[in-house]
Design a protein around this ligand. Structure first.
Ligand code: NAP
Length: 342
């Protein structure tokens, strides 16, 4: 049986990952509808190929060519599915651009996602990584998602508990990695809306703008301004956003670390653990603004690795490992990369 006509061969991926890493996919299919996915799963050779589901490519390091079938989710659509006294429920296709979706909700007067403005990537990728910024994680606004089980072709719904959300983490990065293709996500935006301005950068930006009682739009504008200043635009300089998760250590480890580095920024968590700022650790190791081959540590934000031009996946991993070794030697802390390496 011939493969579905929308499958393409030997497709270059450099424009499909925000780090701009060169690689090819042996097979590639852009999925615009769940029906298209069904026809793919009905193709007998479907099971013979390794698969990878691609969103916006903004949290991805391509270590080399992908010898299987890459599925790019382009499922569109946005709608208000319900509203009552307690919340708005808004649904979006997994292929929708995340930031455009956030702006669309705000334009319609449905606040709640403003702290997550300007995060690169797609709606479908947001729960996979449980994207978060400025004191809000997408898990807090998540109702459920629709997915297709790639093993059976059946539709499945995941509620919040089934997603096993953690810090920049979910079941889709662990037990269920590679098994499901997310087709749509439904968000619950609670009423009454309350502004989240606890992060210093946001509070400062609002103060500079002389805004005392911010609207959701004011917060989104503040977040957009901060992110534009601190983070490189992938269209100008390849990058995958924050490269490492913020390490979380137990109270005893913090006591030992604090004895040697009392001024280290740290954030005690409700469960007694202590979150450290990965970017601060990297900066203190002297990496900020430094390069290793064609990859560097962004000069305005040490948590972001950037493509200085012509980088390959191996170059990125070499720099990441060098940084991990420095932080381990200086602080005894393990840094875990945030992007998926393929
Ligand atoms: P920052 O303000 O330089 O702070 C460094 C780290 O300290 C942050 O990662 C943040 O942890 C933590 N932090 C700061 N204020 C805090 C508070 N009041 N309570 C608890 N933790 C606090 O951070 P940044 O690098 O410019 O990033 C700003 C925000 O955008 C952060 O929330 C960050 O996670 C997010 N961001 C995410 C990505 C991504 O790719 N995932 C990329 C860039 C920025 P948290 O990370 O837990 O918030």
């Amino acid at each position: 049986m011939t493969p579905p006509d929308f499958i393409q061969r030997d497709i270059p991926l450099a424009d499909l990952n925000t780090f701009g890493l060169p690689a090819q996919a042996a097979l590639f299919a852009a999925i615009k509808t769940p029906a298209q996915l069904a026809s793919l799963i009905a193709w007998p050779e479907w099971r013979d190929w390794p698969r990878f589901v691609l969103g916006g490519g903004s949290n991805l390091i391509l270590a080399g060519d992908f010898p299987g079938l890459m599925l790019q989710v382009r499922i569109a659509g946005r709608e208000l599915v319900a509203e009552d006294a307690a919340a708005w429920r808004v649904r979006a296709g997994a292929g929708e651009n995340w930031h455009d979706f956030v702006q669309w909700t705000l334009d319609r007067g449905w606040p709640g996602l403003e702290n997550l403005a300007l995060i690169p990537g797609t709606v479908g990728a947001a729960p996979v990584q449980n994207i978060g910024a400025y004191g809000l994680e997408v898990a807090e606004r998540f109702a459920h998602l629709d997915a297709v089980d790639l093993a059976t072709g059946k539709g499945v719904t995941f509620d919040r508990a089934a997603c096993h959300f953690g810090y920049r983490d979910s079941v889709f990065k662990r037990e269920a990695a590679g098994r499901y293709l997310i087709t749509a996500v439904t968000f619950r935006l609670p009423k009454p809306w309350r502004p989240l301005t606890g992060y210093a950068d946001v509070a400062q930006e609002l103060e500079t703008r002389k805004i005392v009682h911010p609207t959701a739009r004011d917060i989104a504008n503040a977040v957009i301004a901060i992110r534009s200043r601190k983070l490189p635009d992938p269209a100008q300089m390849g990058n995958a956003g924050s490269f490492f998760k913020n390490p979380v250590i137990n109270a005893t480890a913090w006591t030992h670390l604090a004895a040697r580095h009392p001024d280290l920024p740290h954030y005690p968590q409700p469960d007694g653990t202590v979150k450290l700022a990965a970017g601060g650790l990297i900066e203190r190791c002297g990496w900020k603004g430094k390069n290793l081959g064609p990859v560097g540590v962004y000069e305005r934000q040490a948590l972001v690795l950037v493509n200085r031009g012509g980088a390959r996946g191996a170059d990125v991993l070499r720099l990441a490992q060098a940084i991990q070794a420095s932080v381990r030697a200086e602080f005894g802390v393990e840094l875990e990369p945030e992007p998926v390496v393929v």
